[in-house]
Design a protein around this ligand. Sequence first.
Ligand SMILES: Nc1ncnc2c1ncn2[C@@H]1O[C@H](COP(=O)(O)OP(=O)(O)OP(=O)(O)O)[C@@H](O)[C@H]1O
Ligand SMILES: O=P(O)(O)OC[C@H]1O[C@H](OP(=O)(O)OP(=O)(O)O)[C@H](O)[C@@H]1O
Length: 201
Amino acid sequence: MITIALSKGRQLEDFIAFLKQQKLRQWYTALESISRELLIEKKDTRFLLVKGEDVPVYVEEGVADLGITGSDVLYEQNRQINNLMDLPFGYCHFALAAKSEKDTYPIVATKYVKYTQDYFDSIRQPVKIIPLKGSVELAAKIDMADAIMDIVQTGTTLRENGLEEQVCLDHINARLIANKHAFFSKNTEIQSIINQLKKRG
Ligand SMILES: Nc1ncnc2c1ncn2[C@@H]1O[C@H](COP(=O)(O)OP(=O)(O)OP(=O)(O)O)[C@@H](O)[C@H]1O
Ligand SMILES: O=P(O)(O)OC[C@H]1O[C@H](OP(=O)(O)OP(=O)(O)O)[C@H](O)[C@@H]1O
């Protein structure tokens, strides 16, 4: 039995579309039929549906052998896990956004505290970071912050909140990760999953 932790948010839709493209019928039929269930079992595979930022926790703890989450989440957390491969979905990018261009952005609101601190350290500018859990765009819209550091895909959320991308930063995609122990103890099963995910649909 292999247990895989998946992000239950919008990345799940991308994952199901990817499984269809790869013709992994057994998996996508199991996943596309779920509504609010958090544990799905299909033959020798068990899926745990969790928040994206909790995927590395389940994998590090060994409750899940494998996990799929965004590279943004992995950047923020220093987890003892094996990074196995990039997956071709969940594409978006980090961006610094504000109402208008300024020389400096002293106060920045974000869900990505480490990434933001590292960015401002890299450009040698001091920054006060306001940590938030979501709806980050609002912080700049109502002037609680000079800018936000967030992920952008279509740009709709920025546009609809009167913000503009000021600096386009790192690309983000989904990644397959493994528990360090399971990577050895279940290597045959894990290699078989990697091959199925790699094959051309
Ligand atoms: N707008 C987006 N476009 C593309 N990828 C995104 C977008 N928002 C999030 N992601 C990717 O999906 C991952 C999981 O984010 P998601 O919003 O699905 O979170 P979640 O916590 O699993 O879901 P929810 O908050 O709905 O419970 C993010 O870490 C990111 O890599
Ligand atoms: O460029 P877009 O296609 O508009 O996507 C970007 C939005 O998606 C993510 O938010 P999410 O939906 O996860 O909401 P939350 O962070 O407010 O919970 C991100 O934090 C942006 O707000």
